[in-house]
Design a protein around this ligand. Structure first.
Ligand code: 3DD
Length: 433
């Protein structure tokens, strides 16, 4: 869907501020403000960090370029960074995941935001170029496109970056490849690898929000349906678990024998995609890889099969293959494209094969993004405090930060736990008979 250029607002002059932004419709700001307040109510850990940041201003004068899904939860993170004294430049990490009312609210409060739902590919990279060109000190990314853009297009700016973070599995894979090739120009903290991120966001967040996206798009009954989950990583585990909870018969496909064995012993059926294609009703990809479901599978599928992707990029369900073998296509519901094949069979693609949770619903619930983004905020603070001391490689989140996020989350849930006695500590450190 091409945007009418006149409904993309560039109001920096109107605002009289030394700032710049482009959003779909600034008049949506009041509604976006309510969305952000709703999210903030359910992000107590980030709120605690924000109060601390407001006092200590650890990010004073720091310019941050961020490419994230522009959601109500991301807005709470951005406001936390701003409370810490940072100047934030924000673009979307997916052309279809922006919540336009939230983007408008952020623009209204002085964030340099360049994001609107329905960006073309050119507009998507234009927006990333805008935030990259701000000459950031710290770079926050989700998927790796901002890190890649800086390294490929603006190497001189990348040279001056103090450090970065990466939110998702796909981005960490790309950054590790950059590190191996020796091209990484600054240290990066893999927020995705924090225990308090992937054990919760990837598993429980994606597990729930993917089902949410499929239900909002189709209103289909999951009970009794055959749901095929491709990939049994932390995302796939969560989706399989939640689909089973809704009464579906869940089949898992894998390429890794260990993960496949785990799926079998978790009680799921495991088989190759070529077999699952014949019996599946709903297919969900969560592998982080390309060409997971292709023409050979589409040809085997039942009439009416639904296709959804939970991976970062729209490469897992091969949309190009679907376009090739279909004789026609039409949008039958918001977020649902019906492809008719030569033999009259119809297949339904959700969210254009992009992240179904963020494109057809609102992404993960605030409660789980609270921990992911607490790791982001504290990792950014860590980068600023250790400026110039870190090597140009991919780091995990310091365990102290990970544990602090867990402790703060438990406290916000009024849950207390036991502590080891001195005798127990000594026992765990002893080895003698
Ligand atoms: N992601 C999912 N839901 C999100 C939300 N509500 N706001 C911002 C980002 C959101 C994607 C992230 O979970 C990222 O951690 C990922 O893709 O792994």
């Amino acid at each position: 869907m091409r945007l009418n250029v006149f409904n993309i607002v560039n109001d920096s002059i109107l605002m009289g501020l030394q700032m710049e932004f482009r959003v779909k419709d600034l008049s949506l700001a009041p509604q976006g403000r309510k969305q952000i307040e709703w999210a903030r109510r359910n992000m107590p850990v980030l709120d605690l960090i924000r109060r601390e940041f407001e006092k200590s201003k650890p990010l004073k004068g720091v310019r941050i370029a961020a490419v994230l899904h522009v959601t109500k939860e991301t807005a709470v993170l951005v406001e936390t960074l701003k409370a810490g004294g940072a100047e934030v430049w924000l673009a979307a990490s997916n052309p279809l995941s922006t919540q336009d009312d939230v983007a408008a609210a952020l623009a209204e409060e002085g964030i340099n935001v360049f994001a609107w739902r329905g960006e073309t590919t050119d507009e998507y990279f234009w927006a990333i170029g805008k935030v990259a060109s701000s000459e950031p000190n710290v770079v926050i990314d989700d998927g790796g496109d901002l890190h890649a853009y800086l390294h490929e297009k603006l190497p001189n700016i990348a040279e001056r970056v103090w450090g970065g973070t990466e939110e998702t599995t796909t981005g960490v894979i790309r950054l590790k490849a950059m590190e191996r090739s020796g091209v990484l120009k600054y240290p990066v903290i893999a927020v995705n690898n924090a225990l308090t991120k992937y054990l919760f966001d990837n598993r429980y967040g994606t597990g729930q929000s993917t089902i949410d996206g499929i239900l909002r798009a189709t209103n289909t009954l999951l009970a009794g349906k055959v749901v095929v989950v491709a990939g049994y990583g932390w995302v796939g585990r969560g989706i399989a678990m939640r689909a089973r909870g809704m009464g579906a018969r869940v089949i898992v496909t894998e390429v890794d024998p260990i993960k496949a064995l785990e799926a079998v012993m978790d009680g799921f059926e495991v088989m190759p995609m070529k077999e699952a294609a014949k019996i599946g009703d709903i297919f969900i990809t969560a592998t982080g890889n390309i060409d997971v479901i292709t023409a050979e599978h589409f040809e085997l599928m039942k009439d009416g099969a639904m296709l959804a992707n939970a991976g970062h990029f729209n490469v897992e369900v091969s949309v190009s293959d679907l376009e090739k073998i279909a004789v026609s296509k039409r949008e039958v519901r918001p977020c649902v494209t019906e492809y008719t094949l030569r033999n009259g069979k119809k297949l339904y693609l959700l969210g254009e094969g992009r992240l179904v949770n963020l494109v057809c619903a609102e992404g993960h619930p605030s409660e789980v993004m609270d921990m992911s983004f607490a790791n982001q905020a504290l990792s950014v603070k860590y980068i600023v405090e250790n400026r110039g001391k870190l090597e140009r490689k991919v780091y995990n989140v310091p365990i102290e930060i990970d544990r602090m996020v867990a402790e703060l989350k438990l406290r916000s849930m009024n849950i207390s736990i036991d502590t080891l006695t001195e005798k127990q500590v000594k026992y765990l450190q002893s080895w003698k008979i």
